[in-house]
Design a protein around this ligand. Structure first.
Ligand code: CA
Ligand code: CA
Length: 86
């Protein structure tokens, strides 16, 4: 797990790639459950709560999932929580 911990600076593209890895069912979209697991493994507190908030913020077409286009919003949102992005 090279991505463990939230303090290492990573690029937005890298963070996107990390989120994509958590697309466990391979449908090309990140569900709340998948996002929760991602946040949990990043070491964030309250991953379920954060996943819900992040999806509400980034889910532009309001289908409850984060797709490729919405991923940018998600990354920007996640960067507020100490996931360092340069
Ligand atoms: Ca998925
Ligand atoms: Ca969506």
């Amino acid at each position: 797990m090279p991505y463990k911990g939230v303090s290492l600076p990573i690029t937005k593209d890298q963070l996107k790639e990390i989120f994509k890895k958590y697309d466990k069912d391979g449908d090309g979209k990140i569900s709340k459950q998948e996002l929760k697991l991602a946040f949990k493994e990043m070491g964030l507190n309250f991953p379920g709560l954060r996943a819900g908030r992040a999806i509400r913020h980034a889910d532009i077409n309001e289908d409850g999932y984060i797709n490729e286009e919405e991923m940018g919003q998600l990354v920007t949102y996640a960067s507020r929580w100490g996931v360092k992005i340069y």
